[in-house]
Design a protein around this ligand. Structure first.
Ligand SMILES: [Zn+2]
Ligand SMILES: [Zn+2]
Length: 346
């Protein structure tokens, strides 16, 4: 099959004849129709998450949509021909969390797209049956290709439930920030404030339904949020930017009794002035999160009902032959590209 491989260097290379994946008994093979390029892959290529111990070639890609072409003999819940998206997390299957339906909390896990498990930058990929979610015909391949990037932020809002939340602040307007924005909208937030530096991204946030878009290069974030919230701060303060300053602001801009949601992963080791006094005195709740498989099917339903827009996320399409270039583009223009997807059969 055709694939794009990473050999441990900082470049991806096109490979016209990579071996096809072999299907295990409780796994399936997916013919990949659309695979999202994720900025996490750039971090992987810089060696921040994993290193390749031997000179071997690995296939990245953990945002996968396609059709099942082969199912192992123990597979029961999906079949050849199903249109699907795949969760990247491979849980151990026998720890306390895996056994009580919370496999997203498993500590003994691996991931599709992270060594040693090949990912979706290829014509075929193999994943465990329990990673599969069937998608309706109304959902396009590309909506599926960017689904995972939206499912993680949505999962936090789904878990939170948005009880008693009227005002929300979201720092960061990457695909995560936009997905938080759409998620809190789905859950009935009354006023959503978005803060970022990039004017193009702030304009996008307005199009996705932000009531207030604050350019922090031009305005004082603290003053403006207090103006918008009767001097109290917001009920729910979300950081999707992952900078130390934004985490600190997230705490400072939460109203008394409010909540902070931390999602953006800081680069390197966090060196933070954590505002402990504010957390205690304002009686805040702090919540962190990443993938939650329980939120995947509810999000698929929202997309089917037209409540959550994934189509507008797709700002670029590339083939496997030019994926290496497209990844460089994504790295160079985080300001104007939302998501680029790979079409492995073009
Ligand atoms: Zn990703
Ligand atoms: Zn487990």
């Amino acid at each position: 099959m055709k694939a794009v491989v990473w050999d441990g260097s900082r470049e991806l290379k096109f490979c016209p004849d990579y071996p096809d994946p072999v299907c295990r008994d409780d796994w399936v093979v997916i013919k990949v129709m659309s695979a999202g390029i994720c900025t996490t892959d750039l971090h992987i290529m810089r060696g921040e998450f994993v290193s390749l111990p031997f000179a071997r070639s690995h296939i990245l890609g953990h945002e996968i949509c396609g059709v099942i072409t082969e199912a192992g003999k123990r597979v029961k819940t999906c079949a050849v021909g199903d249109r699907v998206v795949a969760e990247p997390m491979i849980s151990c299957g026998h720890c306390r969390y895996c056994k009580n339906g919370q496999r997203h909390l498993c500590r003994d896990y691996q991931e599709i797209g992270f060594p040693p498990n090949n990912g979706g930058y290829a014509q075929y990929v193999t994943v465990p049956e329990n990673c599969i979610h069937i998608i309706p015909d109304s959902m396009s391949w590309d909506e599926g290709g960017v689904f995972e990037a939206a499912a993680c932020p949505f999962g936090m809002i789904y878990r939170h439930g948005m009880k008693d939340v009227k005002t929300v602040l979201i720092q960061g307007t990457g695909v995560a920030g936009l997905s938080f924005l759409q998620s809190v909208r789905c859950y009935g937030a009354k006023k959503v404030i978005v803060a970022a530096r990039n004017p193009y991204r702030l304009e996008q946030a307005r199009r996705f339904g932000a009531d207030v878009a604050i350019n922090i290069n031009k305005e004082d974030l603290h003053d403006r949020v207090m103006d918008e919230t009767d001097g109290l701060g917001v009920d729910l303060s979300i950081d999707s930017a992952g900078a130390m300053s934004t985490v600190e602001q997230a705490v400072k801009l939460a109203a008394p009794g409010g909540q902070c949601m931390l999602y953006g992963l800081p680069d390197g080791e966090p060196d933070i002035n954590f505002p402990v006094r504010e957390i205690i005195m304002k009686q805040l709740s702090i919540m962190g999160g990443t993938n939650n498989q329980l939120a995947w099917d509810p999000l698929i339903e929202l997309i089917e009902d037209g409540m959550f827009d994934l189509r507008s996320y797709v700002t670029g399409i590339c083939t496997l032959e030019n994926t290496a270039e497209a990844v460089k583009e994504v790295a160079a223009h985080p300001d104007r590209l939302i998501k680029t997807v790979i079409h492995p059969w073009d």
